[in-house]
Design a protein around this ligand. Structure first.
Ligand SMILES: C[S@@+](CC[C@H](N)C(=O)[O-])C[C@H]1O[C@@H](n2cnc3c(N)ncnc32)[C@H](O)[C@@H]1O
Length: 196
C-alpha cells in the first residue's frame, strides 16, 4: 500500500514538473502542494458540506482530501484548464465532475456552494481575469460559504496580491490569513467568508 502511494506521489511530482516546463505561467508551481497545505486548505470540509467546487486541482493534492472528507452524496466539481491534469483527476476520481471552465448558471452552482477551494495561480494572472473569477465564485457561494485560496509567502507583498486581498476584504464578510511553513515554497492560506 505504502509502495503504491509513494509511486503515485513520485509520478505526480514528475507530471507536475513536466506541465510546469510546458506552461509555467498557468501551472504556477514546479511541484504539487504539500500535505500540510492541503490539510489547511480543506480543514473545514466535512460530511455536512453541501456542493464543493475546486479550481486548479493539478494532480489532486486538495482533491484527494476533499474526496476523503466529503459526504458521498455531495456534488463535487473541479475546474482545470490543463487537459492532462483533467485526465489525471478523472482517472483517480471517476465520480468527480471535471470541467475545463464553469458557468455558474448552466452548472447549477448559483448561491448554493458551501466551499470553493482554489489552487489557481492568481499571482500569475491578469488582475481583470482574477477579478472575474472571484466575482463568479462569490456568486456560486451560499450565504456563509467559504472561499479558500493560497499565495506563496515570498509573493505576498507583491502589489497584485495586495490588490487581491483588499478586493476579497471589500466583497466578503471576513478574510483570515494563515501561514504554512511546511510547503515548497512556504504559503499563506486565505479564507474568505460570504455574508450569512
Ligand atoms: C499552483 S497549481 C496548483 C495545483 C494543486 N491545487 C496543488 O496545490 O498542488 C495551479 C493549477 O491551476 C490550474 N489553472 C491555471 N489557470 C487556470 C484557470 N484559469 N482555470 C482552471 N485551472 C487553472 C493549473 O493548470 C494548475 O493545475
Amino acid at each position: 500500500m505504502r509502495q503504491t502511494q509513494l509511486k503515485t506521489k513520485s509520478t505526480e511530482i514528475r507530471s507536475f514538473l513536466g506541465e510546469f516546463i510546458r506552461s509555467p505561467i498557468s501551472t504556477g508551481s514546479i511541484i504539487p502542494s504539500s500535505r500540510q497545505l492541503a490539510k489547511l486548505m480543506t480543514h473545514t470540509i466535512d460530511e455536512n458540506t453541501q456542493n464543493i467546487v475546486e479550481f486548479g486541482p493539478g494532480t489532486g493534492s486538495f482533491t484527494r482530501m476533499i474526496h476523503q472528507k466529503k459526504n458521498k452524496d455531495t456534488r463535487f466539481a473541479v475546474v482545470e484548464i490543463n487537459q492532462r491534469f483533467r485526465e489525471h483527476i478523472k482517472s483517480l476520481f471517476p465520480d468527480v465532475e471535471v470541467y475545463d471552465s464553469l458557468q455558474p448558471e448552466t452548472s447549477g452552482f448559483v448561491g448554493n456552494v458551501d466551499a470553493v477551494v482554489s489552487g489557481l495561480p492568481f499571482s500569475n494572472m491578469k488582475w481583470e481575469d482574477s477579478e472575474d473569477i472571484i466575482n463568479s465564485i462569490h456568486g456560486m457561494l451560499a450565504p456563509g460559504g467559504e472561499f479558500k485560496t493560497f499565495l506563496y509567502f515570498h509573493t505576498f507583498q507583491l502589489g497584485k496580491n495586495r490588490v487581491l486581498i483588499d478586493y476579497l476584504r471589500s466583497q466578503f464578510a471576513s478574510v483570515n490569513l494563515n501561514f504554512v511553513a511546511r510547503n515548497i515554497p512556504p504559503a499563506v492560506v486565505v479564507s474568505a467568508y460570504k455574508k450569512s
